[in-house]
Design a protein around this ligand. Structure first.
Ligand code: PEP
Length: 254
């Protein structure tokens, strides 16, 4: 049996107010198919997480980042323990938009450790900035994976979700993103890296998502041909009808 696909909504810095966040969640839920055979995780901005997650049973919630610190004199930080206590069971870690602000693989590794210790499921993002004909993106990916996973032990690797997000394909239109064939090849490569490090038996259990302009226009081919375990969805997650179509495609209902 094929495992359920997982679809993660990354709302990023949207919407501007709690009122609009409630409305977006409500409209999203209304648009979703009733009997869902895909798992859905919503990652709203932090100030909205508690209010949205409270009493909500049909969806899971995640944070868009987690602090590399546990407690103490760290002004402005939000710890994994805090996130967990307000309803986050997942956390995106190492998103390219955080890496662009200077986050290193070493910090990502530290954050993964902290999330695992707090029993928050990490969604580790990796992805190359650009592709060339020589396939140099594969070396970039191998390095990112090896260094970001430095703190993760063999027995823990299956608890981590990996989101492969080629940075050049984020925030584009479906037709400018990576096609299903390209995703498929890269997913095999990522699994090979995991397998070399952790052993095949462990590597096979890791869920690998694709992210980068997943939209109604490309999701069907991605579900059919890429071999991914689900999707990380940015801009299309702000449009309930589009997001619902991505869920329907992922659940095999479309
Ligand atoms: C993302 O940044 O995680 C993402 C997938 O964004 P988009 O879907 O907008 O490309």
């Amino acid at each position: 049996v094929k495992k359920k696909l997982l679809v993660v909504a990354n709302w990023k810095l949207n919407p501007p107010t709690l009122k609009e966040a409630h409305a977006l969640l409500k409209n999203t839920k209304r648009a979703l198919p009733r009997a869902r055979s895909a798992d859905v995780i919503i990652c709203p901005p932090l100030p909205f997480l508690f209010a949205l997650a409270k009493g909500e049973r049909s969806l899971a919630f995640g944070a868009q980042d987690v602090s590399a610190q546990i407690a103490g004199a760290y002004t402005g930080e939000v710890s994994a323990t805090m996130l967990k206590s307000v309803g986050a069971s997942y956390a995106i870690i190492g998103h390219s938009e955080r890496r662009a602000l200077g986050e290193s693989d070493a910090e990502v590794s530290k954050k993964l450790r902290i999330a695992l210790d707090e029993k928050i499921t990490p969604i580790l993002c990796v992805g190359e900035l650009e592709r060339d004909e020589q396939g140099s993106h594969l070396a970039v990916l191998a390095d990112q994976l090896t260094n970001s996973l430095a703190s993760v032990l063999r027995g823990e690797i299956a608890k981590i979700i990996i989101a492969y997000e080629p940075v050049w394909a984020i925030g584009r239109r479906a037709e400018d993103a990576l096609d299903a064939h390209g995703v498929h090849g890269t997913v095999i490569f990522i699994r090979k890296i995991l397998s070399d490090r952790y052993g095949r038996e462990y590597a096979e259990k890791v869920r690998i998502l694709y992210g980068g302009s997943v939209e109604p226009g490309n999701v069907h081919a991605l579900v059919r041909e890429s071999g991914v375990s689900g999707f990380l969805v940015g801009h299309a997650s702000l449009l309930p009808a589009s997001f619902a179509e991505i869920i329907r495609a992922s659940a095999g209902h479309a």
